[in-house]
Design a binder for this molecule. Structure first.
Ligand SMILES: [Zn+2]
Length: 195
């Protein structure tokens, strides 16, 4: 039975080492921001820099390992129907909407949703690093400029991540207009327990 993250919301949960986290885009073209912290010590967190460095690519997919800031494996990607995710950009935040979209009105955000749900694990806003932005489609142009396109995910597409340590995890259905082809949809996920 899949759990559902309603549009522009988020959740947080625990994984044990060996658990499989399956993230599903039920309708297509929807981004889900993922972040993780070691349960043993929240100062160990999912690191974009380490992961990209060791994989030697910004496009992480099946077979790649997502590392912590302490260079320990946190996840292995075991299945990837889409093959395009982003690990360069931060979770959308109220400031994202003010600076990029010139929108200072109240707006849900991945950062806000992660803060809300990770608080019960003692994780504070300043602890939240660059997120692994599942299904987010970011291209780098020859000039170095970034181009955000519609996600390549279609209805029912899946990514599966094997937890390599005990983790606190935050996961959202992204709230940013451009990242989701200007329509907000739910995200689903399933945890297949190792034991
Ligand atoms: Zn977002």
């Amino acid at each position: 039975m899949n759990e559902r993250i309603e549009p522009q919301t988020g959740t947080a949960f625990e994984l044990h080492r060996g658990d499989l986290l399956r993230v599903i885009d039920p309708l297509g073209e929807q981004v889900a921001d993922l972040v993780a912290f070691a349960r043993e010590d929240k100062r160990e967190w999912l690191s974009s820099g380490r992961s990209i460095d060791y994989a030697n690519t910004i496009y992480l997919t099946t077979g790649h390992v997502l590392y912590s800031n302490r260079s320990q494996p946190m996840f292995t990607i075991e299945r990837d129907d889409v093959g395009r995710h982003d690990f360069l950009l931060t979770p959308c935040s109220p400031e994202t909407f003010a600076i990029i979209y010139k929108n200072t009105a109240l707006h849900p955000s991945c950062f806000g949703n992660l803060c809300t749900h990770l608080a019960r694990f003692g994780i504070e806003p300043d602890d939240i690093p660059t997120t692994f932005n599942i299904f987010m489609n970011v291209e780098i142009l020859p000039t170095g400029e970034l181009k955000i396109g519609p996600p390549r995910s279609r209805a029912g597409d899946v990514i599966e991540l094997r937890a390599e340590m005990d983790l606190h995890v935050g996961l959202t259905a992204c709230s940013a207009e451009m990242s989701n082809n200007y329509a907000f949809k739910p995200i689903e996920f399933e945890i297949v327990r190792a034991s």
